[in-house]
Design a protein around this ligand. Sequence first.
Ligand SMILES: [Mg+2]
Length: 452
Amino acid sequence: MKRLLKQAMGRRSFLKTAGISMAFAAASMEEEIAYATQNVNRNSSPSELKITDLRVAVVKDAPMRCPIIRIDTNQGISGLGEVRDGASKKYALMLKSRLLGENPCNVEKLFKTVKQFGHHGRQGGGVCAVEMALWDLAGKAYGVPVYQMLGGKYRDRIRLYCDTDMSNDPKVYAERMKKRLEAGFTFLKMDLGIGLLRDIPNTVTRPLGRSPRATFNTPHPFTAIEITPKGIELMAEYVAAVREVVGYEVPLAADHFGHIGVNSCIKLGKALEPYQMAWLEDMVPWQYTDLWKQITNSIDVPTLTGEDIYLKEEFNKLVDAKAVDIIHPDLATSGGILETKKIGDYAEEQGVPMAMHFAGTPVSCMANVHCAAATQGFLVLENHSVDVPWWDSMVTGIEKPIMERGYIRVPETPGLGVELNEEVIKEHLAEPGYFEATSEWDRRDSHDRLWS
Ligand SMILES: [Mg+2]
């Protein structure tokens, strides 16, 4: 800035010595400054920025269903965000009336305005989508990448783990995992659930006549489903077969155990101890802090939960209770970019690392990448879309491939660092309409203060 002022003054002195009056020079001072700062990257005038619209386009088969939101402004710049996979776009749209006319650069203030409309699981999706889009706008307005606004970065590239479709045949699955290693992944996660035992007699105890489907919405302690010693043995053999192929040097996590009781969790955990698991995920719902503590204290394998938790308070409870070894927020449920950094920072102070759950398009992925870059205790970020060939092509403005040899480079461009490829998004719409008008959501129609 000093240099630019000097330039401006230099030109002013030139005008003076050329015999042009100071009155004239003062009158044209505005032009002078405009001349001197013409090469400054000024994408917008941040203090005058105002939100004018919030619109949605819903993508399918990514492989999930993902509502992408766009927040427009009075200065022609737009911010992108994404509602959690599988959640309703309405969670974001209902926030529109609370955002119109506001300056999107006041990210934390607006987050606090809308956070009362989020909740655990998919219900956090709207608040988080808006938060991502606000950071994207703030970054574009000030010309800086999001990670820089969070305090800078701890790493230039983000380590990934990916999901791999289940197979009942451990040899087939082990080959799939080997392919992940060959593709450069440095951290593996496998599916390992009682679904593997479905057709094998005497492996699972459950109330007779009740279908696996009937327990879909029943939390684990209430299903009376337990794995038999034979079932435990077969699941351990399954993991052994994978370890035999991928070796013991790469971290190997496991997820999707099914709605089994705590005793089965502990028995299975003990049986898996020889296979050096990186973590056992969501063995019971996250709400049961004491049950988690019981499992964690009973097995010598790291435990992990968190993908359905909204806001830092519930994470802090788990961390304070030493209930799990690793936390696992999904940024599109946990409260967005800044809240997830706060979650990771609190856990880090208590010696608990943060892995990140993620399933979505490159928009939400980049929100995760910036947060992971800026959070010291970050461990590894999930990606659910390694086998979706058009995943990269949904966005422009970033180096491709986005995922390379098991990592994503942290973008250095303003905001999240991606723009949408309209043509590709339109090819994969889950419902008609590409960012159509949403004026029916303009008007606020309730009084929503949480106190009186
Ligand atoms: Mg999971």
